[in-house]
Write a protein that binds this ligand. Sequence first.
Ligand code: LMR
Length: 396
Amino acid sequence: LFSAVEMAPRDPILGLNEQFNADPNPNKVNLGVGVYFDDNGKLPLLECVRQAEQTLMAAPKPRGYLPIDGIVAYNQGVKALVFGADSEPVQSGRVVTVQALGGTGGLKIGADFLKKLNPTAQVLISDPSWENHRALFSAAGFDVGTYAYYDAERRGLNFAGMLKSLRAATPGSIVVLHACCHNPTGYDLDAGQWDQVIEVVQSRGLIPFLDMAYQGFGFGLAEDGAVIQKFVATGMEFFVSTSFSKSFSLYGERVGALSVVSRSKDEADRVLSQLKIVIRTNYSNPPTHGGSIVVGVLGNPELRALWERELGEMRVRIKSMRQRLVDGLKAAGVQQDMSFITRQIGMFSYSGLTKEQMVRLRNEFGVYGTDTGRMCVAALNSKNIDYVCKAIAAVV
Ligand code: LMR
C-alpha cells in the first residue's frame, strides 16, 4: 500500500519550525512562522487570557459536544468584532458565523462550501500570498491563479497591476483578499484603493473572500477591520475568515471563524445548514476550551479593555522593532535603503532577500525566515536584533 508513497516536501512555513528546533546553534532566531514573541523572546500568555482562564477553572464544566457551528456566544463575539453588534447585517440576521479551527479552518470551511456551490470557479490569490492559500484552495479542488499585487522594484504595491488582473478575471471567480497586514508583503491597500478594488470586484461579479488573521496588528481593531464595513456597504455577498491565534496569543487553541454575508436571513439560514454539513463531515464540531476563553474576554468589559491594551502593546512593539531593524541594518553596514521596512504593516517584512540569501542566513547564522524573503518582525527583540542585523549584512 505504501511502497509508492513519495516523501512530501516540508511545509514552507511550519516546516521551518522543525528545522529550527533541531538546530543546535545557540544564537538561532526564528523569524519564520508568524508568531509574536515578547522582548524576552517568550510567547506571551496575555493577562486577559490568564484571568479568563482562571474564571473558567474556578467553576469547571463538563465537556459535552458543542453545537456543530460552535459556541453561540463565541460566534456572536466574532460578529460583533468583525461587523459590529448593532450593524445591519448582524441585526437582520443575514450574516452567519461558525467557529472554526483557526483562520485556516475558516478558509477551509469556506473553500469546501464554495466548491459545492461553484465547482468550476477559479480562485485568485495575490502574487505573492500566504503560502497556504494556494495549497488550501488547490486541496479543496480549485484551480488557483494569481492577481498582481507586489512591485518588487519599487518596494510596494503594484496597484495598477492588481486592478488590471481583477478586471480580466472571469465572472464568478473567487478572489482571496487580505483585509489587513498583508501576508507576506506587509503592504496594504489604502481606503481609496479599496474602494476601487471593491468597484471592480462588484462590477466583474467576483466573489470576495477576505482573510483577516491579523486584525489589530496594523493600526487598531476598528481601523484594520474598516474594509469589512466597505464590503457590507455594497450589499454584496462575501466571506470573511478570522482568527484569534495572533490577537489573543492563543495559537495552539485553534480559535478562528468563518463568517458568510448573504443577502437575506432566509439565505443565511440555508447557508448555515450547508456549512454545518461541511464541518460535520470534516471534524464534527469544534473544541471547547479556546473558544470559551475568547468568550470570557470579549464578554467582560474589563477583560475586553485589557485585551485591547495588550494587543496595542504588541502592535507598538512590532513597530518599534521595524525602526530598530532599519537603523541596525544601516549600522551593520547595509548600503541599500531599507526604510521600506517601516512602511510595511503587521507581523511581517518582505525583505527582498533572495532564496540563496535566506538559505545562507539559516545555514550560517541560524536566522530563519521563509525562502521567499519573509521575516517575522514580531519575533525580533532587543537581545537578538543586533545579531540578526549583522547576519543580514553578511549575506546581502
Ligand atoms: C504564518 O503565515 O506564518 C502564519 O499564518 C502561521 C501559519 O499557519 O502559516
